[in-house]
Write a protein that binds this ligand. Structure first.
Ligand SMILES: C[S@@+](CC[C@H](N)C(=O)[O-])C[C@H]1O[C@@H](n2cnc3c(N)ncnc32)[C@H](O)[C@@H]1O
Length: 228
């Protein structure tokens, strides 16, 4: 689809980066709401496509946020959300603390009223808000020490380890052991990291025609909102 991209972003740092990217995307000047999604005064029935990646796992009331986004779609418009199903996450060889780590990961998001694995609940939520589920496409990245996926999830773990140590059933001691096992696994070439699955969940708002990319109609209906 061609046309200006509107965006919602509440973090000043992310918003600055997003503004810079949008300014050189060649699609024209879009609108920008630097606020919480629920507080943004978004237009109704205007967008062909709404996209959000790694936002819904932070939201305490995902259905209310979905309703807000669905209201902005034209009939026939698409909602595409990328979010996690964290249960695939595995480190091989498996440290004894792994089950506690996954439980603490879940508890960390649950303590904010959110769900780290919200991606796999989206199809059911889409139906509740009146969207027809078009597709659910998983991506599970796998790699050994030094690979991009290893670096990605290891950087994440090291950045949150101190906070996760406060989330039962992990403790300060078990988190320290896990950290040592994780870093030791990174020095063994045969180790494997299986990342949390990312699900692309696409739903269509009923009614209207279907704007296909590249058609005259699609170009005419040229606006979208992206949440980053
Ligand atoms: C992990 S970052 C993902 C950033 C980006 N979407 C990406 O895929 O790289 C989570 C983003 O969600 C945004 N966010 C979380 N809750 C939000 C809310 N209620 N309204 C708007 N943005 C929100 C944060 O400001 C942050 O930019």
């Amino acid at each position: 689809m061609r046309g200006p991209i509107d965006a919602v972003e509440r973090s000043a740092a992310f918003a600055a980066r997003l503004r810079a990217l949008c300014a050189r995307d060649g699609l024209g000047r879009g609108r920008f709401w630097e606020s919480d999604l629920l507080a943004a005064r978004l237009p109704r029935a205007e967008y062909d496509l709404v996209f959000a990646r790694w936002v819904f796992l932070f939201l305490p009331d995902p259905v209310a946020h979905l309703r807000k986004l669905v209201a902005t779609l034209k009939s026939g418009g698409l909602l595409a959300i990328e979010d996690y199903h964290r249960e695939t996450w595995a480190l091989v060889p498996r440290p004894p603390e792994w089950a506690d780590f996954l439980a603490a990961d879940h508890a960390f998001f649950a303590s904010q009223g959110a769900d780290a694995s919200v991606g796999s609940r989206l199809p059911e939520m889409y139906r509740r808000v009146g969207l027809k589920v078009v597709e659910v496409v998983p991506t599970v990245k796998v790699g050994g020490p030094g690979s991009p996926v290893w670096r990605w999830v290891t950087t994440y773990f090291l950045s949150v380890a101190d906070r996760y140590a406060q989330c039962a059933p992990l403790t300060v001691e078990s988190t320290a052991r896990l950290r040592r096992s994780w870093l030791a696994a990174g020095r063994r070439p045969a180790s494997v990291m299986i990342a949390p699955a990312v699900l692309d969940v696409v739903g269509r708002k009923p009614g209207g025609g279907r704007a296909r990319p590249g058609t005259r109609r699609a170009r005419k209906r040229s606006s979208g909102v992206r949440l980053r």
